[in-house]
Design a protein around this ligand. Sequence first.
Ligand SMILES: [Zn+2]
Length: 481
Amino acid sequence: MRSRARTAAGANAPAFRGERAGSSSASLSGADRTGDRPILIRGAGVITMDPAIGELGRADILVRSGMIADIGERINATPDVEVIESTNMIALPGFVDGHRHMWEGVIRGTLPTEDVAGYFHRVNEGFAPAFSPEDAYIGTLISAYGALDAGVTTVFDWSHIQNSAEHTAACISALRESGVRAVFAFGPGTQGRTRWPDDVLRLKREEFASDHQLVTLALAGISPEHVPDAIAKAHFALAREAGVILTIHAGLAGMGTPGAIERYGKEGQLGPSVNLVHCNTISDTEWHIIAETGTSVSITPAVEMQMGHGVPPIQQAMDAGVKLSLGVDVETSVPGDMFTQMRAVYGLQRMNAFSRRLQGQEAPRMLGVKDVLEYATVAGAIATGLGDRIGMLSPGRQADIVLLRADTVNTAPISDMLSAVVLNMDARNVDTVMVAGRIVKRDGQMRGIDRDRLVSRLYAARDRVFKASNTPLASTEHRMA
Ligand SMILES: [Zn+2]
């Protein structure tokens, strides 16, 4: 295999129109469940993110039994194989969103101006108590579809809408139905109705006994910065007992007791099965402890900049040698794609580095496009506990693959595949998406979604939640009927 990148699409590359495009079913079931047929992606430019393979200007990818069986310049198609002609495509590992509250799909775009405290007030105290299980279900489902549509094949879902066992079941079934790969992080609920966190043990036993499912389990806990040790340590112990990742928000500006992450690191509580989110204000010592212990960090740069969490800690992480996972966080305030997150990180780190140079200081290394692509794929895979299964296109890994159109008016001609993906493309380039070898989007269309029914359920949920939480609709609200 070559490892030298070259232009992905020739000028005469035929436009790909999938034969089975536009299929739809009457159900809300998102994934095409029939696709156990092997698939050959033929002639794509390939960004593998696997350091041993690199980028391939033109290559084939064979998918068999949901996994990548082979990658090479020319793989013969046996008669049983479905061929996807991809000469005008760039293949990439599916993006991994390292932190999102998916149930908030129902309240998308409702908080353009709130800061963190305002967000807690409006969402956790306002909207959340009003959510029925159906609302949590439809919010999670639409967030998953939005993710898949944008090439995000895995989401770390920090699900703090666990107001009852019915809410929990609704969120899990939405994730499973959508076809997305997800880590369901079982979180708090409201109004003292929650069975969190202890119910994580039952969930592990009854729903997630196997780790080899598309949806796996984590515990969403609370940082020792924000609650007494008796509570925080119980969360750490419970996650260990359940054998799942513990994910906690940490290092938010103006909130909590500083130094708690350092103390927990020294006590041996941190490690690869702990995921810290945001980390805007934690100390350099804490960053070094995070690096030494292999603790993962997910930042959500667009939301952090908009809501005042503090400066996204990209430079601190780079200085400590920590590779960050990126997340959307809340669709109340930002879009659900990873192009936005990658460009936020890229622009911010470089702006700060140039700013140091302009002040006569030594500038740190500037982030490159491959760095941020690594954040959005490989680092996300590690943060979700799936570092050996996804995040790269390599034989033996799960076939979570995105095909990005390279012949579009917003990107052609492509002279550098990595730059094109990070700097020029957006969700409109996402042509085909597969998760574990199952095609959920093809020829630019999501498969198997009854959009009219989905959208009318969403509007009904939105209206119900606004009414039950006594939230007035904005004058700019859109009415379906
Ligand atoms: Zn969050």
